[in-house]
Design a protein around this ligand. Sequence first.
Ligand code: C5P
Length: 224
Amino acid sequence: MPKIVIAIDGYSSCGKSTTAKAVAARMGYGYIDTGAMYRAVSLFFVRERVSLFNNKEITAALDEIHITFNHNNRTDRNETYLNGLNVEEEIRKMYISNIVSEVSAIPEVRWSLVAQQQKMGRRRGVVMDGRDIGTKVFPDAEVKVFMTADTYTRARRRQQELLAKGELVNLEDIIKNLEKRDFIDTTRAESPLVRAPDATLLDTSHMTIEEQVDWVIEQSDRRL
Ligand code: C5P
């Protein structure tokens, strides 16, 4: 059977990664969380004190960054590795969420990660979630979904995710962070978050994860 690319873009905390992961598992496809890659770069920049305003430092740092994913059978989760070290927990913390959109607006960072993502999906058979998959990384993706949900629902979901990991953050701070990230993501010069003209809009405000997964699988079945 031919393999396709499924691009899931949209705002933060709409259920993109949970849906993408489950769709990939059901279809026997690979799953690539591109947000995790921008988060890993942000973590490296923080740790190495890379200035976000110094192009030379940024380019040199990008040459030293190697990001991989590894499936953890115990937790049944795909985990992110930065230069061989598991950074999955660290990159999900609020201090990374607070800088990741600034880091991902840097053109050099995007050029580097987009090239890596295109390489990862070159054999197709992948579900990729992010902000620019259907517009920039795989404009020829067979299935393109653009997810939205109302801000309150997204913030509540994000709060539950953080709580499950032991980080208690109040709702106002999460809403501020989501709104700030949305603003930077949609207004940056280099591949801003925008719905591809051929992407199908999915508002997940009142949908369960199972319904989201079924919906994407149905879209994919039509393309196979
Ligand atoms: O998906 P997640 O919320 O973890 O992504 C973190 C941030 O990474 C986003 O807010 C966005 O700034 C950036 N990002 C991006 N392009 C992607 C994926 C994520 O700019 N393809």
